[in-house]
Every structure is written in C-alpha cells, then in structure tokens.
Design a protein around this ligand. Structure first.
Ligand code: MN3
Length: 236
C-alpha cells in the first residue's frame, strides 16, 4: 500500500481531537489544516458534561482533572515548545536534552489525557467490527481482554496509565503500563484506550481504592471511538 499523504492521514484521523492525538497532532490541525501552525495549543473541550460520568467519576474530580491537570500539561507543552525554539535560536543545544524530557512529559500528558477523556462515555457500547475481531485473535474474548486490561491497570506502580495499544503496522493488540507519561512517546505502540491511574484521577472519591475506580471506568468505555482509533492505527 502506498504511504498515505499527510492530508489523507488527517482525513483518516477524523475530526475528533482524539483521532488527531493518535498521530500526536493538535486537534486544531484536523479541524482546520490552515491552523496547523497556530500557537498556543489549546485545551480540547470534554466530549460530555462534567457530571455525565457520575457516579463512577464524580463531577469534582473531572473538573479538576480536565480544567487543572490537563490544562497544566497543555500550558507546559506550550512553554516547552517556546523554550525549545529559544534554545535553538540561541545555539544552546546543551539545553535540548532537558527540554526533550519536558516535551515528552507535557506533550505525552496532553495526548494521553485527550485520548483518555474521549475514550470514556456516559453511553458505553461494545467492541465491534475489525476491533472485535482483533480482540478475539489477541485475547480470545472481550471478557478476557477486559479482565487483563483491568488487572494490569490496577497494578501500575505509582503514577501512570493502563493502555490497550497496537504494535506498529499491525493489528496485534497489546496491554501495556505507562510510567508517568513518558514512554507513550516511544513508537513501539500506538495507543487505542487509556485509563489514567495517577491519584488525581480518582483520589477525591476513591482514596486508596484504585481497583474500584478502574473497574468502574472499564464499564464506561466508548468502544466506537476505540474502534475508530484502531482502524486508523492499522494503516500507519
Ligand atoms: Mn491525569
């Protein structure tokens, strides 16, 4: 298959922020390609009201998580991009190592939160189509995949994420754990479904009961969105 053009990739990514994020593109790139040099990068809106995921995800947690934490990563990403440009213009290449780490932290934080919020829904559905076939091939059944993803996510050490992903240029599905934010940036996996298990994602309501939060979240998945990501990921 011929390598898709950038315009074709944008079309494949659809108009959602999450679709764009699969490619690490800011949402406005897809919304209006002529905006793709616009700065600063903006915090995407949630695809549902703050109280829509009650009682599993309480409104207070979601407001703080989106409006403070996710916004913080977007601000950090914009600041890091400005510092990288300044360092390059000043010939300060020694600064780039530290700024690269900051870019991975904030940029990946932005992408992961965009994907996470968009793969949750107050109207959960079931995996279907090509995604369902891939789940059966990789795990045997949806129930087995859900049980393994849930268990692996609960067991993330400290701050991190559970992730369903594909291997690059493959429909083989993987369950992975992300430490903090950074290793999502390694191109060894393309993210499909994220579950945030930093304490800020659940502590207000669940305190130390991370397992209860993860099991609740597993019943709020927007599988239609995950399926769209899968169809795009298979092509890159
Ligand atoms: Mn978070």
């Amino acid at each position: 298959m011929a390598t898709p053009s950038r315009r074709e990739l944008l079309k494949l990514a659809g108009t959602s922020a999450a679709g764009a994020a699969v490619f690490g593109l800011p949402a406005q790139v897809v919304a209006e390609e002529s905006d793709c040099w616009s700065m600063p990068i903006k915090l995407p809106d949630l695809p549902y009201p703050y109280d829509a995921l009650e009682p599993v995800l309480d409104e207070k947690t979601l407001r703080i998580h989106h409006g403070k934490h996710h916004a913080g990563y977007v601000n950090g990403l914009n600041a890091t991009l400005d510092k990288l440009e300044a360092a390059r213009k000043a010939g300060d290449y020694a600064a780039i190592q530290g700024l690269s780490r900051a870019l991975a932290f904030h940029g990946s934080g932005h992408v992961l939160h965009t994907l996470y919020f968009a793969n949750l829904t107050p109207k959960p559905d079931k995996p279907a189509g090509k995604l369902l076939s891939a789940i059966k091939k990789s795990f045997g059944s949806v129930e087995t995949m859900t049980a393994q993803l849930t268990a692996a996510t609960i067991q993330v050490a400290g701050s991190g994420w559970g992730m369903l992903a594909t291997a690059p240029m493959s429909s083989r599905l993987l369950i992975l754990q992300i430490e903090k934010h950074e290793n999502q940036m390694v191109c060894g996996a393309i993210p499909l479904l994220l579950i945030d298990v930093w304490e800020h994602a659940y502590y207000v309501k669940y305190q130390n009961m991370r397992a209860d939060y993860v099991k609740g979240i597993a019943n709020l998945i927007n599988w239609a969105e995950v399926g769209k990501r899968f169809e795009v990921a298979c092509k890159v």
